[in-house]
Design a protein around this ligand. Structure first.
Ligand code: SF4
Length: 251
């Protein structure tokens, strides 16, 4: 309860200090907790999502379902020539971003750029679209947690990077507390978390389909990400790179 109250205080502080703030949502478990907490503090706080052509079909379906259920009015940013049919049919707002750079990179590194150069793939499909999303924001709110993996251990609840402030209100939540919060608040899980594998593995951190594998319960939470590459267990770059260079209008 203390952690939830504290998370709400952080969201309230973000809104008070930086009215031009939004919540990033990947539609993974941590995002859903962050969004729910933020919406309880401010029912109209904007929600944005960066989607890629490689996200699982179930993530698109879950986005549509939860957007309706929670009245999120999600604004999706996506490198694509056309709005995916499922988003179009369900009136999800989508801001399309040019595909030329990604097409050129696929020519250079192969169609399976997520294997041959995952850093470049993430930069083009995730980091640059996030830069576009936060371009006019002073602050954003994300669902990072310290216990997710080695790189996130030392993150802080409020980060000042470049001209942008990031709030991580659920930073101290454990994986168990995240699942507990979702259960207690009747928030449906993304179906991949409920998939059972014969060897006991489960999906515990979700990203794009080619870069997300099920893992054992005693492994670090992000070990299933980018498994066949040097980026294994790492980061896409959204939370490690500077997203905005200009000076924010701090209050
Ligand atoms: S997670 Fe994988 S497929 Fe998705 S943008 Fe990164 S490298 Fe590409």
């Amino acid at each position: 309860m203390d952690k939830i109250a504290h998370a709400k205080e952080l969201v309230a502080e973000a809104i008070k200090k930086y009215p031009n703030v939004a919540v990033a949502c990947s539609f993974g478990k941590d995002s859903m907790v962050t969004v729910d907490i933020a919406r309880k503090v401010s029912p109209d706080i904007p929600i944005f999502a960066v989607m890629t052509r490689h996200k699982p079909r179930e993530t698109f379906e879950y986005l549509v379902e939860m957007d309706k259920k929670m009245a999120l009015n999600t604004l999706v940013y996506m490198v694509a020539d056309e709005v995916p049919a499922i988003l179009k049919e369900n009136n999800i707002q989508v801001k399309l971003l040019p595909t030329a750079g990604f097409n050129k990179a696929m020519e250079q590194y192969s169609e399976q750029i997520y294997l041959t150069n995952p850093d470049e793939c993430c930069k083009l499909l995730k980091v640059d679209p996030t830069r576009a999303a936060v371009e006019n924001m002073d602050a954003w709110i994300a669902g990072l947690r310290n216990t997710e993996g080695r790189i996130r251990e030392n993150y802080e609840e409020v980060e000042h990077k470049g001209g942008l402030v990031k709030y991580n209100p659920i930073l101290t939540f454990t994986e168990e507390e995240i699942f507990g919060y979702l259960k207690d608040n009747n928030i449906k899980l993304h179906p991949w978390y409920e998939m059972e594998f014969p060897d006991g593995k489960k999906y515990r951190s979700l990203g794009c389909a080619p870069c997300t594998k099920p893992i054992f319960p005693d492994e670090p939470e992000r070990v299933g990400r980018w498994q066949e590459t040097s980026k294994c267990g790492g980061e896409c770059g959204i939370h490690t790179q500077i997203l905005k260079a200009s000076k924010a209008k701090f209050i």
